[in-house]
Design a protein around this ligand. Structure first.
Ligand code: CUA
Length: 236
């Protein structure tokens, strides 16, 4: 292969990688994370996206270069030269993707294990899903009930979920995790909110006519404000 061809391939690859990177980076695809778990999930997302852009740049460079340089004339019906594989190339395109997929598997397994582990002294909150609203109960605070999920910042939270009727799914975009709430089983979700603010709680399982309206809010508060609220009698 001539030096000029390699330079041309690299230029096309860099351009294709640049376009793909712009598409990945410029729109705000992901909400700003508001929990440690979300931060880890976003890390996996960008790790995989980086690998995809790298592979895309190689494939796009070779495809565009080939179409450009080896295009036959419309009336050329002759056969191409017989080519008998290339062992080195075949080993490379087997080994490199294998390494990349193994790397993705390891990073994902570490993040899943970390996100599944509850921290020290977790706050338990019971979450009830039903057609078509969410409700929350705090066993640590005399079973205080609320229609809004209030959580203290920087504390490990265990949400213990129940459905009274059909399958719902708990999702806070800023927390990244999603959990299906299936009647008869009690899934848990671990969250460590790390940013004070108000975020939507959205049901993401088609659960009936009111599914689109099955929304609530989570308010992440400073610990003192949370304690004050949780110790008050009454809901809301
Ligand atoms: Cu509950 Cu959709």
């Amino acid at each position: 292969m001539r030096r000029g061809s390699i330079v041309q391939l690299i230029v096309i690859g860099v351009l294709a990688g640049g376009v793909a990177s712009a598409v990945a980076l410029i729109p705000n695809w992901l909400p700003e994370p508001a929990s440690r778990e979300a931060g880890r999930i976003h890390f996996v997302f960008w790790f995989v996206t980086g690998i995809c852009i790298f592979i895309f740049a190689i494939v796009a460079a070779v495809s565009i270069y080939t179409v450009w340089k080896f295009r036959v004339k419309p009336d050329d019906d002759s056969d191409g030269p017989p080519i008998h594989g290339h062992t080195g190339l075949e080993i490379a395109w087997t080994a490199v993707p294998t390494l990349l997929v193994v790397a993705i598997a390891i990073v994902s397994a570490i993040v899943l294990a970390k996100n599944d582990a509850e921290g020290a002294d977790p706050l338990r909150v019971d979450v009830t899903a039903q057609q078509f609203f969410w409700s929350y109960r705090y066993p640590e605070f005399g079973n205080k009930e609320s229609d809004i999920l209030r959580l203290p910042v920087n504390r490990s939270i265990v949400l213990r979920m129940t459905s009274k009727d059909v399958i719902h799914s708990f999702w806070v975009p800023e927390f990244s995790q999603k959990q299906d709430v299936v009647p008869g089983i009690h899934p848990t979700l671990h969250i460590t909110p790390d940013r004070v603010g108000t975020y939507p709680v959205i049901c993401t399982e088609l659960c009936g006519l009111g599914h689109a309206l099955m929304r609530s809010r989570v308010i992440v508060m400073k610990p003192a404000a949370f304690e004050k609220w949780a110790s008050q009698k009454g809901g809301a």
